[in-house]
Design a protein around this ligand. Structure first.
Ligand code: UN1
Length: 513
C-alpha cells in the first residue's frame, strides 16, 4: 500500500489489518467471510473485516435488546451528554476520520473533513434535542380530564448506509436515535467497511467511559443478505436505509410486509433551473460543484441543468469553460477538485450511460472517458462529462452515480421549467437560479418543485443538518437529520387522564349501571 500517512491514521482510529466486522462494543474474533477493502485512490488493498454470520447477528440483536432495557431508562439529557462526548471524540479525530473517509471512499480530503463536520454538527443538534423531545397537551371534551401526547423510544433501530457518505448518514440517524432512547445496529456499505470500524471504536470508547451497557451501538457487516437479516426481523421496529431506489423498494416492501417502520432515503435526479434573471457566476459555481463534487456520487448531485433558451448558449459556454479548469486526481491532494469513482463497476455504469444517451440522441459537449497512466492506476478516475439531452431520454430519467451532467432548454415562463424539473420519478433535491421574486416563489409554491429539498440561488447538494433531509416519490419519502425528523425514531402515545370521581364517556355516550 502506498503511504499517505494512512497507516498512522488507521492506527489512531484502532483499525487493524483484520477486523471483526461484528461488534456490540466488545472485541472478539468474527467467524464470517473476509470482506476486503480496497481504496479507489490507488487501487491498493487496505484491510479487511469479517462479514456477520447468522449466529453472530442473533447475538447482536440479543445484546441490543438487553441494552435497550437500560438505555430507555437513562434520562434523555443524560443520553444527550453521552452523544455530546461522542461529538468531542469526533472533534479530536476529525483529521484522521476525514482522511480515512477520503482514502477508503475516494472523495476529496476537504469533503472528508466536511463529512466528519456534519457528524459533529448532528451530535450538537441531538444534544439540544435531548431536552426538547416535546409532546403536546390537548384540551379534553370531558370535564376534569387532561389529554397529552408523549414520545417514547422505539427499540432497536437498524441503519443501512451507502458508500458515498460512509459516516455522516450513520450519524444523522444514530445521534437522533440515541437521544430518543433507541439502540442502533449499523450495517455500513460493504464498499466502505473500515470507516464503520473506526466510528464503532470511537462510540465504544465513549460508552465505556460512561459505564453504559454494551449494545447501544452495534455494528454488522456484509452484503445484502446481512441487511436482509435486519429487514425481516420483527425485533427491529425501524429500519432507516440510504441507497439506490432498487434497494429501497426491496427494503421498504420487506419491512412493510411485517408492518415495521422504515425511513427511506433513496436516489435523486436533481436539477437546477436557470432563468433569464440568474446570476451567471453563482450559476456556474453551483452547477459545477453540484455535478462534479464527490465525483457526482451524492444523492443530491446535480444531474440536469434546465436553462432558458434566451441565455442557453451563454450559460452553456460558461459551464463548459469552468470544466476546463477542473483537476482530476488523488483526492488527498488538496489541489485536485475531482477524485475517483468508488470502483470499476461504477466506471462501467458511467461509460454505459454516456454510450446510451448518445444512442438516444444526446450530444456530448465535454468529452468523458477513463483516465490512464501515472496516478490513475486504480482505473477509477473518470472525466466529468457534459451532454446536451432531452428530459424524456431513458438515460436522463435514471440516476447514474457519476459526473455526467445533462443540459436542456426551456422556453416561455418558469412553469415550463418546473414541469421539466418535476418530470422524473425521483424527488430529492432541486434548485432555481433567479433574482426574480415571482419566479423564486412560484418554484417554492405548491405548484412548484415536487422535491423534498427546493433551493433558491444555491445548488442542489450540500444541505445543512438543521433541516429535514430526504425526498418524495421514488426517493422514498423518509426524512432524516434536522427539524422534527426525530419523531420518526419514536413512538407516539396519546394519554387521557381523569382527575374526577366520575367516568363520563367521550362523544356524550350515556352508559349507566
Ligand atoms: C447523500 O448523498 O446521501 O446534501 C447525502 C448533501 C449532503 C448529504 C448527501 N449534506 O449533499
Amino acid at each position: 500500500m502506498e503511504n499517505f500517512g494512512i497507516e498512522q491514521v488507521l492506527k489512531n482510529l484502532g483499525v487493524q489489518e483484520k477486523n471483526n466486522g461484528t461488534s456490540t462494543g466488545s472485541k472478539s474474533t468474527g467467524n464470517g467471510e473476509e470482506l476486503k477493502s480496497y481504496t479507489p485512490v490507488t487501487g491498493a488493498y487496505i484491510a479487511s473485516v469479517t462479514a456477520t454470520t447468522r449466529a453472530e447477528y442473533d447475538q447482536v440483536i440479543d445484546t441490543a435488546q438487553q441494552a435497550f432495557l437500560q438505555w430507555r431508562d437513562v434520562t434523555a439529557p443524560m443520553r444527550g451528554e453521552v452523544v455530546r462526548q461522542f461529538g468531542e471524540k469526533l472533534r479530536a479525530h476529525k483529521e484522521d476520520l476525514g482522511k480515512l473517509v477520503s482514502f477508503e471512499m475516494g472523495k476529496s480530503y476537504q469533503e472528508g473533513l466536511g463529512e466528519v463536520q456534519e457528524m459533529i454538527d448532528i451530535c450538537d443538534f441531538a444534544v439540544g434535542l435531548s431536552r426538547q423531545l416535546h409532546g403536546l397537551t390537548i384540551k379534553s371534551e370531558r370535564p376534569g380530564h387532561h389529554m397529552q401526547e408523549q414520545w417514547h423510544p422505539l427499540g432497536v433501530v437498524g441503519i443501512i448506509s451507502a458508500f458515498n457518505f460512509p459516516v455522516a448518514v450513520w450519524a444523522w440517524n444514530t445521534a437522533l436515535a440515541w437521544v430518543c432512547g433507541d439502540v442502533c445496529v449499523w450495517k455500513p456499505s460493504e464498499k466502505t467497511p473500515l470507516t464503520g470500524i473506526a466510528c464503532q471504536n470511537l462510540i465504544t470508547e465513549t460508552l465505556k467511559e460512561n459505564d453504559m451497557p454494551e449494545g447501544i451501538s452495534c455494528l454488522i457487516n456484509g452484503d445484502y443478505t446481512v441487511g436482509e437479516m435486519m429487514t425481516k426481523d420483527e425485533r427491529v421496529p425501524l429500519i432507516s436505509a440510504t441507497g439506490s431506489i432498487r434497494m429501497g423498494k426491496i427494503v421498504g416492501q420487506t419491512v412493510a410486509s411485517r408492518l415495521g417502520k422504515s425511513i427511506l432515503e433513496l436516489g435523486g435526479n436533481n436539477a437546477i433551473i436557470v432563468t433569464p434573471e440568474a446570476d451567471l457566476k453563482m450559476t456556474v459555481i453551483g452547477s459545477v460543484f453540484g455535478a462534479v463534487g464527490t465525483a457526482g456520487q451524492r444523492c443530491t448531485s446535480t444531474r440536469r441543468i434546465i436553462i432558458h433558451e434566451s441565455i442557453y448558449d451563454k450559460v452553456k459556454d460558461a459551464i463548459v469553460n469552468a470544466y476546463k479548469q477542473l483537476r482530476i486526481g488523488n483526492p488527498l491532494d488538496e489541489t485536485n477538485h475531482v477524485g475517483p469513482l468508488i470502483d470499476t463497476d461504477s466506471v462501467n455504469n458511467y461509460l454505459n450511460a454516456i454510450e446510451a444517451v448518445q444512442k438516444e440522441g444526446g450530444k456530448v459537449i465535454v468529452e468523458g472517458g477513463v483516465l490512464e497512466g501515472e496516478g490513475y492506476e486504480s482505473g477509477c478516475y473518470v472525466k466529468p462529462c457534459i451532454v446536451e439531452a432531452e428530459n424524456s431520454y431513458a438515460t436522463v430519467q435514471e440516476e447514474t452515480f457519476a459526473p455526467i451532467l445533462y443540459l436542456m432548454k426551456y422556453s416561455g415562463d418558469v412553469n415550463n421549467a418546473i414541469a421539466i424539473q418535476n418530470g422524473v420519478k425521483q424527488g430529492l433535491s432541486s434548485a432555481i437560479m433567479t433574482n426574480n421574486v415571482q419566479e423564486a416563489y412560484t418554484f417554492l409554491s405548491a405548484t412548484g418543485s415536487d422535491c423534498g429539498i427546493a433551493n433558491v440561488n444555491i445548488g442542489t447538494s450540500g444541505a445543512e443538518i438543521g433541516g429535514a433531509f430526504g425526498g418524495e416519490k421514488e426517493t422514498g419519502g423518509g426524512r432524516e437529520s434536522g427539524s422534527d425528523a426525530w419523531k420518526g425514531y419514536m413512538r407516539r402515545q396519546t394519554n387521557t387522564i381523569n382527575y374526577t370521581d366520575k367516568l363520563p364517556l367521550a362523544q356524550g355516550i350515556k352508559f349507566d349501571l
